[in-house]
Design a binder for this molecule. Structure first.
Ligand SMILES: Nc1ncnc2c1ncn2[C@@H]1O[C@H](COP(=O)(O)OP(=O)(O)OP(=O)(O)O)[C@@H](O)[C@H]1O
Length: 271
C-alpha cells in the first residue's frame, strides 16, 4: 500500500515521521457477498467477497466445481448472480441495465480455455473482432475493416508471434495457436480488465507454460488488471501477485502469492 510521509506538528525535530496510510485506491473489480444458486438446492457461490486493484494479477484456484468459472461469469453477468454486488471500474454491474452492461463489458476482455474463436473466419478477422466493442459490428469482417484496424490487428498478431497465420481459418489452428490468437484478440480490445478462465488448460504442459508466460507478459506490458482461474499452481505462483482460493463456493483464503502454502493445499482439493 502507498504511504504518505507526514511531518509531525509541534513534535521534536528528530522524531521519525508519522506514516499515514493513504486510502486504498478504488478497486477495478469489487465483488461483495456474491451468491449464485442454480435451482433451490445448489449454491455454487456463497458470499464471495473480493477486491482487485488496478494492475493486479490475481489467480483464482480451487478444485473442480468449486465455483471459479461461475465467479468470473457472474462478474459480468454472463451468469446472473442470485445475490450480492459486483462493481467493475465505475459501474455497478449488478444494477446495470443492458446498455450500461454492454458498455462495461467492452472494457473487459475474456480469454476462455476453448471455443474462443469463430471457427470459419480467418485469424485476422477473429482478432479484428476484438475491436468490435469500440468500432461496431461492421468492422468485424476483415473485408469491411479499415486499413488502420487491419494494421492494428496484424500488430497484435505479431505480438503473439502469429502474423504469418493471419489468413488461415481459425479452425485450422492448433490449440496453442488458438489461444495465442485469443490473446491477440483480447489485446485488440484494449481492455482495462481481463478475466481469463483457465486460459491454457487445453494445452500440453510445455505449450501451456509458453502461452501463459506470453499472456502474463503482454498483460503486464499493457498494465491490464487480470483475474485468471487455473488448476496449475505453478502458473499461479509465477504469474499472480495474489491468490484467491475457492472451496465449495466460499473464499478459503485470499493471500499474497509469497504467503500461499503451495505445498500444503491438500485440503483445498480434498473431496
Ligand atoms: N448452468 C448451470 N446449471 C447448473 N449447475 C451449474 C451450471 N453451471 C455450473 N454449474 C455447477 O456449478 C458448480 C461450479 O461450477 P464451475 O464451473 O463454476 O466450477 P469450476 O471451479 O470452474 O470447476 P472446473 O475447475 O471443473 O472448471 C458445479 O457443480 C457445476 O456443475
Amino acid at each position: 500500500m502507498a504511504h504518505l510521509a507526514h511531518q509531525p506538528v509541534g513534535g521534536a525535530v528528530d522524531a521519525p515521521p508519522t506514516v499515514i496510510p493513504l486510502a486504498s485506491p478504488t478497486p477495478v473489480l469489487a465483488v461483495d457477498a456474491l451468491c449464485k444458486r442454480f435451482g433451490p438446492d445448489l449454491e455454487v457461490l456463497s458470499a464471495v467477497t473480493l477486491s482487485v486493484s488496478r494492475g493486479e494479477s490475481v489467480a483464482v484456484i480451487g478444485a473442480n466445481g468449486s465455483g471459479k468459472s461461475t465467479l468470473l461469469r457472474c462478474c459480468v453477468r454472463l451468469i446472473e448472480p442470485s445475490a450480492g454486488r459486483v462493481r467493475i471500474l465505475d459501474t455497478d454491474v449488478t444494477a446495470a441495465r443492458r446498455r450500461v452492461l454492454r458498455r462495461v463489458r467492452q472494457r473487459v476482455g475474456f480469454v476462455f480455455q476453448r471455443h474462443n474463436l469463430v471457427p470459419r473466419l480467418s485469424v485476422l478477422s477473429n482478432v479484428i473482432h476484438g475491436a468490435m466493442g469500440r468500432t461496431g459490428a461492421l468492422a468485424w469482417h476483415q473485408g469491411a475493416a479499415s486499413p488502420a484496424m487491419r494494421g492494428e490487428a496484424m500488430h497484435c498478431l505479431e505480438r503473439v508471434g502469429l502474423a504469418e497465420l493471419a489468413r488461415r481459418r481459425a479452425d485450422q489452428l492448433s490449440g496453442g495457436q488458438s489461444q495465442r490468437v485469443a490473446i491477440a484478440r483480447a489485446l485488440m480490445q484494449r481492455p482495462e480488465v481481463v478475466l481469463a478462465d483457465e486460459p491454457v488448460a487445453s494445452l500440453d504442459p510445455s505449450a501451456g507454460a509458453e502461452v501463459m508466460d506470453l499472456f502474463a507478459r503482454l498483460m503486464r506490458d499493457e498494465a491490464v488488471t487480470v483475474v485468471f482461474t487455473t488448476h496449475n499452481l505453478e502458473h499461479a505462483r509465477q504469474h499472480a501477485g495474489r491468490v484467491v482460493a475457492l472451496r465449495g463456493g466460499r473464499v478459503s483464503f485470499d493471500l499474497e502469492t509469497a504467503r500461499v502454502p503451495f505445498d500444503a493445499l491438500g485440503d483445498l482439493y480434498a473431496r
